[in-house]
Design a protein around this ligand. Structure first.
Ligand code: NDP
Length: 251
């Protein structure tokens, strides 16, 4: 495929992401607290996480392992950071959830598999065919700035996923008002952290495939944070009024 066609495909994918964003503002993705049996057959949510997150990682690996001569220390660093995120999300995160036989619609799993297949392929295909990184990029200002954002985002995302998971004692199933740290400012610091993380990744990679992945992450997580925030306010009369959904003081 020539680069122009690749770019056009990415613009098409980003347009679909913009439509998904508008849809998700109206209909919260039905998993977690928004899950519902109205969306057809369901699957155990931990298994769902494993199945839906694995394909992107596998496809990216396929593309880079079939183009090893093209890769160098810079591209391997970027690839490793992507895999680092996905190994956690696919294998570690689901095992840590305290969701006690909770289910998610198969439809969500299938859509997420598609999302991850396309993103993993686009990023992998870029590395395999177009990426022109040099080892000296590793000490460039753009890489260092992106890496700092990425590390900060991962730290926030993991820390606040962890805090949310531990709001439930083993065996508990309900929801509580999270308190402390960034929860003083926003309802969903874990989603904010994930957006910061992929912003850092896009800056480090500096290519359209990584930017489209960031755009899709925002399209998924911004509406989800708004839905969570609304849900908290509906379910807890004493929910802190000054807290925003995802961007401190703003949104
Ligand atoms: P949530 O914040 O909805 O839930 C995370 C975990 O904490 C779940 O097990 C949830 O239980 C539990 N939990 C959350 N709030 C409470 C509460 N108030 N009281 C008790 N338990 C609580 O995260 P998501 O499911 O939306 O996302 C999980 C991770 O995946 C996040 O890190 C997110 O950034 C990432 N993600 C990334 C996407 C992307 O496009 N890159 C898309 C979607 C998610 P329960 O499941 O029962 O609600």
């Amino acid at each position: 495929m020539i680069y122009d066609t690749f770019q056009e495909l990415i613009f098409l994918w980003m347009t679909i992401g913009a439509l998904a964003f508008l849809l998700l503002l109206k209909i919260p993705a039905p998993y977690g607290r928004h899950t519902s049996s109205r969306w057809g057959p369901q699957i155990n949510n931990k298994l769902g996480w494993v199945f839906m997150e694995a394909p992107g990682m596998i496809l990216l690996l396929y593309f880079v392992l079939t183009s090893i001569p093209r890769q160098n220390a810079m591209s391997w660093t970027l690839i490793s950071l992507y895999l680092f995120h996905y190994v956690n999300r696919t294998f570690v995160f689901p095992m840590r959830l305290r969701t006690r036989a909770k289910k998610m619609p198969l439809l969500i799993m299938v859509l997420a598999i598609f999302f991850n297949l396309v993103n993993g392929s686009l990023i992998g295909y870029y590395f395999a065919n177009f990426g022109q990184y040099s080892v000296s990029d590793l000490i460039g200002a753009r890489f260092i700035f992106g890496a700092l954002l990425f590390i900060g985002g991962v730290y926030i995302n993991w820390d606040y996923d962890n805090r949310l998971i531990h709001l439930r004692k083993p065996g508990e199933t309900g929801y509580k008002i999270p308190e402390g740290g960034l929860f003083g400012f926003v309802s969903c610091p874990n989603h904010l952290g994930e957006i910061i993380e992929w912003t850092g990744f896009a800056i480090m990679c500096w290519n359209l495939a990584a930017i489209s992945f960031l755009a899709w992450t925002i399209a998924n997580l911004l509406p989800r944070a708004l839905s969570h925030h609304k849900w908290y306010k509906q379910h807890f009369g004493n929910y802190p009024a000054s807290r925003k959904a995802i961007i401190p003081f703003i949104l």
